[in-house]
Design a protein around this ligand. Structure first.
Ligand SMILES: Cc1ncc(COP(=O)(O)O)c(C=O)c1O
Length: 412
């Protein structure tokens, strides 16, 4: 994940050649999201939580408690694995979620993104295959590409994964890692069906593949989610989550729950990278878990995000019924809209931005030759590409959502 806009012009000074990894890095979709986030547009593009919903007073109280209880040690370097008392509090939280874990088999990271990066670096050499869904989270795709991985994709829709295609993809001996977002997926909002989860775990075992299970939106649930895949194959799965969506991304409190040998290697790698987590920020998150404040606040937060999702679905129905179809997420921030007529989503985005609305085009979330929005039966008269749009309503009030969808519909 980077936002290197304006910093990537060719060298204008004599210098050493870039490393292979640096040579692969370019401007990212995240750069666009951060830029658009700054404008006055109705912004459906970002995946940020709403800062107006951050529990400011609780964070202040937790910070006071941490400083009172731990004194100056709260500001010292800490354990590279994360403070034990914070890991205990996080383990209690993950057990509620159905994850099989313990403080010993857990590493606290700088957000979920660092956990994905560490596990990728443990397994993936250039030329190895990473199997994932089409579509999936763009910053994970960019990370796998930077590692030199070949990305092989398996279709995902509201019925879940195509398990035969997953089986075939994992059959490639170069396939070492699979990356899946189990619940309220970024970008589609889709949750994998409960009945598929043990079957996916079996496939990981059968093909000796390591699964990175990303559950970063697991806590933003409008109905109870099914247990994660990790439950059926704790020896094959690195379960990744964070408190970025349910609490605050600025606290950078991420979690890797994985087999002991993965934790051991990841720990060594992280010591070389950032020495130890942000001890103070993680202690604040730990205190909010320990005191129960996080679990008391979560239902209200989920209710607010649910209201916004409902407003978005109602606006889509009012303005685009019969011209598009869309997913209904059971949690998280995202709705995936597919227009029924041939449209280029990047062109639509340019026109929309001029009208003061931004979204992310579906192509940013696809790789590996999986066709974007091609007519399924190829039989429709317009025959061409159907625009796919990722819409996030997390930071918008219902009136803004209605205004934005109205403007967008006027361009379709
Ligand atoms: C699917 C997914 N995974 C991981 C991340 C990174 O999360 P964090 O902020 O905890 O690093 C994000 C951020 O939006 C995400 O959408």
């Amino acid at each position: 994940m980077n936002s290197a806009q304006g910093l990537l012009s060719p060298h204008d000074r004599p210098t050493a050649a870039w490393s292979t990894v640096a040579g692969r890095l370019g401007e990212s979709t995240m750069g666009d999201v951060l830029r658009w986030g700054a404008g006055g547009s109705v912004n459906f593009a970002g995946g940020f939580p709403d800062e107006r919903l951050f529990p400011m007073w609780h964070v202040q109280d937790a910070l006071d408690d941490v400083l009172a209880r731990h004194g100056s040690q709260a500001l010292q370097y800490g354990s590279a694995q994360g403070a034990e008392w914070v890991r205990e509090a996080v383990a209690g939280h993950l057990e509620r979620r159905g994850v099989l874990t313990s403080p010993r088999t857990m590493l606290l990271t700088s957000g979920a993104q660092q956990a994905i990066d560490l596990v990728t670096r443990l397994y993936v050499d250039p030329g190895d295959v990473v199997v994932t869904t089409s579509p999936t989270y763009f910053a994970a795709l960019e990370l796998f590409e930077a590692a030199g991985a070949e990305i092989v994709t398996v279709p995902l829709d509201e019925r879940g994964l195509d398990l035969d295609r997953l089986d075939a993809a994992l059959g490639d001996p170069r396939a070492k890692v699979c990356y899946l977002i189990t619940d309220h997926q970024n970008p589609t909002g889709i949750s994998l069906p409960a009945e598929q989860r043990p079957l996916i775990a079996d496939l990981m075992r059968r093909h000796a593949c390591h699964l990175i299970e990303d559950d970063v939106f697991g806590d933003i649930a409008f109905e109870p989610p099914a247990p994660p895949i990790q439950r059926w194959a704790p020896d094959r799965v690195s379960y990744v989550t964070s408190f970025s969506k349910g609490l605050s991304p600025g606290l950078r409190t991420g979690v890797l729950a994985a087999p002991a040998d993965v934790i051991g290697k990841a720990l060594a790698l992280r010591e070389n990278t950032d020495v130890c987590p942000n001890t103070l920020a993680h202690a604040v998150a730990g205190e909010l878990l320990r005191s129960g404040a996080y679990h008391r606040l979560l239902p209200r937060l989920c209710a607010r995000y649910r209201t916004r999702r409902d407003a978005l679905l109602a606006s889509l129905e009012r303005h685009l019924a019969g011209r598009a179809h869309w997913t209904t997420a059971r949690g998280g921030f995202f709705t995936w809209v597919t227009l029924d007529t041939a449209t280029d989503a990047e062109e639509l985005l340019k026109a929309a931005a001029r009208s003061g609305v931004v979204f992310l085009p579906g192509s940013r979330f696809r790789r590996g030759g999986e066709p974007e929005g091609v007519q399924p039966e190829g039989g429709k008269p317009d025959g061409g590409k159907r625009a796919e749009l990722r819409l996030s309503c997390a930071r918008l009030e219902p009136t803004e959502i209605e205004e934005g969808i109205g403007r967008l519909a006027g361009l379709v």
